[in-house]
Design a protein around this ligand. Structure first.
Ligand SMILES: CC(C)(COP(=O)(O)OP(=O)(O)OC[C@H]1O[C@@H](n2cnc3c(N)ncnc32)[C@H](O)[C@@H]1OP(=O)(O)O)[C@@H](O)C(=O)NCCC(=O)NCCS
Length: 150
C-alpha cells in the first residue's frame, strides 16, 4: 500500500466513490454534483494545512484518507471504493496515516450504524467519546471517536 499526494487525475475517481449509494448510506453523507465536488476538493480539502492522501494498492487507486481542522478539533476521514471493502485496506491505511498525522487527540465523527468504520477506528486505537453530533445537517446519530488524550 502507498499513501501518496492527491493529483488532479484522482479527483474524478473520488467523485465516483462518493456517488455510490451504499457508501453514502454508511457514511450518512450526501453526494455532491461534479462542479461542487471539484470546487470543494480544490478549495477546501486540498489546503496546505490539511493532510490528504490517495490510497494506492498494487498501482490502483482504491480510496482516500485525510485530516482537517474543524470546531477546534483535528478530524480524520476516509473513503474506499466498494470493490475493495472487507480486505483490511481502511485499517491499514488509517494505521499508516497516523504516522503522517501526529496530532493528538485526533477525532473522527462516525454514523452509529457504520459498524465497519467504527471497527476500523477501534482497531487503530480510537475510543467513543460521545454519541451525538449536533452539527450533522440531517440529524443522523453519530459518535465522536478519539485517539489520544486531551
Ligand atoms: C468504512 C470503510 C472505510 C471500511 O473499509 P474497509 O477497507 O472495508 O475496512 P477494513 O476491511 O479495514 O475493516 C472493516 C472491519 O469492519 C468489520 N465490518 C465490516 N462490515 C461490518 C458490519 N456490517 N458489522 C460489523 N463489522 C463490520 C470487518 O469485519 C472489519 O473488522 P475485523 O477486521 O475485525 O473483521 C468502507 O466501507 C468505506 O469506505 N465506506 C464508505 C465511506 C465511509 O463510511 N467512510 C467512513 C466515514 S466515518
Amino acid at each position: 500500500m502507498i499513501l501518496r499526494n492527491v493529483t488532479d487525475e484522482d479527483l474524478p475517481i473520488f467523485f465516483e466513490l462518493q456517488r455510490d449509494p451504499e457508501a453514502q448510506r454508511m457514511a450518512a453523507f450526501a453526494s455532491r454534483e461534479r462542479d461542487a465536488f471539484m470546487t470543494h476538493w480544490r478549495t477546501n480539502v486540498l489546503r496546505a494545512e490539511n493532510v490528504t492522501r490517495t490510497i494506492v494498492m498494487g498501482g490502483v487507486v482504491v480510496g482516500h484518507i485525510g485530516s482537517w481542522e474543524q470546531d477546534a478539533m483535528r478530524l480524520v476521514g476516509y473513503w474506499m471504493g466498494r470493490e475493495h471493502w472487507g480486505k483490511g485496506i481502511a485499517t491499514r491505511a488509517l494505521s499508516e496515516f497516523l504516522v503522517l498525522e501526529p496530532t493528538r487527540p485526533l477525532h473522527a465523527w462516525v454514523a452509529l450504524n457504520n459498524l465497519a468504520s467504527i471497527r476500523v477506528l477501534e482497531k487503530c486505537g480510537f475510543r467513543a467519546l460521545r454519541n451525538e453530533n449536533p452539527h450533522h445537517p440531517d440529524g443522523v446519530a453519530e459518535a465522536l471517536m478519539r485517539l489520544g488524550s486531551t
